[in-house]
Structures are given as structure tokens and as C-alpha cells.
Design a binder for this molecule. Structure first.
Ligand SMILES: [Zn+2]
Ligand SMILES: [Zn+2]
Length: 287
């Protein structure tokens, strides 16, 4: 079976060029070539690494599948329907955890490190995440879904998420209620209040509405894209590994096992909050 992502690469590039041209015609400041070059480099790296990580995940799913609860699900049409919802819910759980646990954030931060929001940002993908994210999906082969079906559904979800990385589509009427749209995902990429860590959806926005992480885009409060502390770098190695390096640095300075645990598995940004609190305390102390 062909890799859907590989087949889509020419379409990704054509749409990216179309958006850049449309942006230039409309005199919108959508693209910055250094930023786009960095995003494309991350995308190429991700595709190359996925040659290994996908084979690894497929092997793990295949090893697990004989222990499934339901052994005869096969490739029937209703199984695809069920898997669509199961995979999308799993993606929500994985993506939300990627924002709430630093170990997963260290891989996911890559996708959020651009201060631009365009189809190039969609291709700014992790180099390390694919080796850990499958943990969230292990229940799918254990239910009885075929390993190849699961990988295909994951690819479809990733393909869907490409086109929503645009500022050129404003609102999509009633579809906003059900689907993850450009508007909802702009909120997800914003670092300003009240947008931070909201709208973790893959294809369906209903999970965010259901679990209390939904925030609509407010035209009066435009999203500020990027991180709360931006890395200001176009170096692919720094983009890929900066949070891992920070974790190692913080671990070296940690004085207790509780602190070490929180360095790796605590909330991302906790360190900055502590530093800000210390600074505030110091200012209060001085005045
Ligand atoms: Zn995210
Ligand atoms: Zn995104």
C-alpha cells in the first residue's frame, strides 16, 4: 500500500505556493522565507524519520493485534467508520497530553515554534514524537482494528489537518460546530489569552466542546502565533531539540526526585511560571 503522505507531498507544495502567491496579491504578510525554509526542513526530516518510526509502530501493532478482544473486525466498512471516531478521540487525548506534559511537549513544541500561520507551518513536524505517540494508540489494535487500517486513518487525519493552517479562510458557517476548521486551529496556535492550550482537535472539534477545552476565535482579539517564550531561531537542530536540551539542563539543576519528575513530566512552562513568580516576589521585596 502506498504511503498517503508521500502521495500528497506535491499537492502540499502546490497549495503552499498558491497561498503564498494569493498572500502577495492581497498584500498580506503571510510568509517569511527563512521561516518557511525551516518549516520545510522539519517536514522533510519528519518524512525521513517516519520511514523508521512507522515501520516500528506497524511492527508493534502487529505483535499486539493477536491479543485483540474482537478478532474478526477485518476491513469491513463499519470498522472504518468506528475507527474514524476512535482514532480522532485518541488523537485528541494524545494532542492534549502533548500540551500538558513536558515529555510529549518536547516533541510537539516543534509544530508550534513558528510565529507565522500558513500552510508551511502545517509541514513543521516533529522529529522525535513518532517514537512515543503510538502508546496512545495501542488500545486500537487491542480492540481488534487492523494495524494497516490504523496507520491509514492516522495518515488521513494528518492530511485533513494540513489545509486548516491558513489565515485566508475565515469562517465556515455550521461546519464550525463539528469540524476542526482554520478558525479553531488558529486559536490552537495562539499563545495569547484566552487561546493558550485550547482546541486540541484533529478532525472533529466536538471532543474539545465535550471535554471543556474549546475556545472560539474572537475577531476583536487576533491570535498571536508562536510560543509564550519564542526560540527566535531558524536552525532545524535547535527547533527539533531545544526543549529536550532544556529538560536535560533543568534535570542537572534539580535537587529532589519530585523536582526531577516535574522537570520531565510536569506541565510545560512551569519553570517560567516559577521564575516569573520569583521575580514578582523579588520586586515586591524591593518596593
Ligand atoms: Zn498542538
Ligand atoms: Zn497545527
Amino acid at each position: 500500500m502506498h504511503n498517503l503522505i508521500h502521495l500528497a507531498i506535491p499537492a502540499f507544495l502546490l497549495l503552499l505556493i498558491a497561498e503564498a502567491v494569493a498572500g502577495a496579491v492581497m498584500r498580506r504578510d503571510l510568509y517569511e522565507w527563512k521561516d518557511t525554509a525551516a518549516s520545510l526542513t522539519m517536514g522533510v526530516g519528519n518524512v525521513l524519520i517516519a520511514l523508521f518510526s512507522k515501520a516500528m509502530v506497524f511492527a508493534i501493532f502487529t505483535v499486539v493485534h493477536p491479543y485483540a478482544i474482537f478478532k474478526n473486525i477485518g476491513y469491513q466498512w463499519w470498522a472504518w467508520g468506528l475507527l474514524f471516531f476512535a482514532e480522532d478521540l485518541t488523537y485528541y487525548a494524545f494532542h492534549r497530553t502533548s500540551h500538558e506534559c513536558r515529555f510529549f511537549w518536547a516533541s510537539h513544541v516543534i509544530h508550534h515554534s513558528s510565529q507565522r500561520y500558513n500552510l508551511g507551518t502545517a509541514l513543521r513536524q516533529t522529529w522525535t514524537g513518532s517514537f512515543a505517540s503510538f502508546i496512545f494508540c495501542l488500545w486500537l489494535p487491542l480492540i481488534g482494528f487492523q494495524p494497516m487500517m490504523i496507520l491509514t486513518m492516522q495518515a488521513i487525519s494528518l492530511l485533513y489537518q494540513f489545509w486548516i493552517h491558513t489565515e485566508l479562510v475565515r469562517r465556515m458557517g455550521p461546519l464550525e460546530k463539528v469540524l476542526n476548521t482554520p478558525s479553531h486551529h488558529r486559536v490552537h496556535h495562539a499563545s495569547n489569552d484566552p487561546y493558550l492550550d485550547r482546541n486540541h482537535a484533529g478532525t472533529l472539534i466536538v471532543w474539545d466542546r465535550l471535554f471543556g477545552t474549546f475556545e472560539p476565535e474572537d475577531p476583536e482579539n487576533p491570535p498571536l502565533y508562536g510560543l509564550t517564550k519564542n526560540i527566535n531561531s531558524y536552525n532545524p537542530l535547535r527547533i527539533a531539540f531545544h526543549e529536550w536540551a532544556d529538560i536535560v539542563h533543568d534535570l542537572r539543576g534539580a535537587r529532589s526526585w519530585a523536582e526531577r519528575w516535574s522537570c520531565v513530566f510536569g506541565r510545560p512552562g512551569l519553570k517560567y511560571e516559577r521564575q516569573d513568580a520569583l521575580l514578582r516576589d523579588a520586586e515586591i521585596g524591593v518596593s
